[in-house]
Design a protein around this ligand. Sequence first.
Ligand code: UT7
Length: 356
Amino acid sequence: MPNAIITGWGKCVPPAVLTNSDLETLTDTSDEWITTRTGIKERRISHVENSDMSAVAAQHALAAAGLEPTDIDLIIMATCTPDRMLPSAGTMVQAKIGAAKAAAMDLNAACSGFLFALSTADQMIRAGSMRRVLVIGTEKLSYWLDFTNRATSVLFGDGAGAVVIEASDEAGGLLAFELGSDGTAGDLLCAPGTGTEGSPLDIQAPSILMEGPDVFRRAVVAMGDSSARVIEKAGLSLEDIDLLIPHQANVRIIDATARRLGLDPAQVYVNIASYGNTSSATIPIAITEALEEGRIRPGSTLVFAAFGGGFTWAAAVYRWGSRTAPLGISGAALPPTEATALELLQPNVAVHGKGV
Ligand code: UT7
């Protein structure tokens, strides 16, 4: 049975920055509250579509792997904010990057989507049915922001991350993973107006609703306990873990998860201050930045953990391969824009109003 190794990685974060001070002009909040309650200082607002960010991240991941788009057998696109429900985001990305030989599909497990997709890719490669899979996590959550709801509108941002995962004889890959869901609590974190419920006559502008403190508690328990279980399942102990790369929803959730596990804060990767919660994109963006910063080394043992709407949760132990430098660099980039984040959010204000 081959191993399944990450050989390429890349990200795409749109240029327009929305700061906490900007948010003070849109909703009843403060930089102080957002910083101390969440750890977020700023987030990105996209001037392009989900598939555009995905295509750029994918091209960087392909270059890092030294592959052409036509080398890819399968694209798994983890997202809950596709450009459209039809065609799928995966097929849109396939067309944009020219991955003509790939099958493409979407996978929605909200903030846990990237880990659901990564483990699906791992299993298909290890079963021998695929050799090279592009796994992408992308969200354009800014589309859903409703500034009359300060409890959610300060948390989310846009971005994309991608990895190439390949069949290999090299040691490493996913040593253990766990996926979980609890649909009975779905209403605690949901996005009305984003699907087909109700009548087309009652079209509702999309928004995100969340029972924050309840979600917070469940996220800490699920991410902490599932991480502990996958470490044990991999036959490892805490001392073997070099870095925890958790979903970035709230720095207090990350800290509490690390404490529950017994990990030192130095063993945890955190970049939430720059991007906020980008749902399925947080972990592949974090993997890419951790590599760029030298926090992942050849043979590093990583734990990934996520929790999100559904509810869904996932944890995995991943042993990095021998290469941490990209084989190639792509010049792929989004089209430039002069638009500010506040200008890009004017449609949200027009539909929902402001919260100040
Ligand atoms: O990615 C998927 C998973 N998502 C998560 O894991 C998010 C989980 N939840 C959280 O991160 C936190 O619960 C939040 C950041 C959403 C909220 O933080 P909290 O410490 O749980 O605050 P809270 O909801 O208990 O609210 C405390 C106070 C309330 O005021 P009162 O009733 O004490 O007067 C809120 O109205 O903070 C108020 N508040 C705000 N104040 C300023 C809520 N949102 C804001 C805001 N600015 N944006």
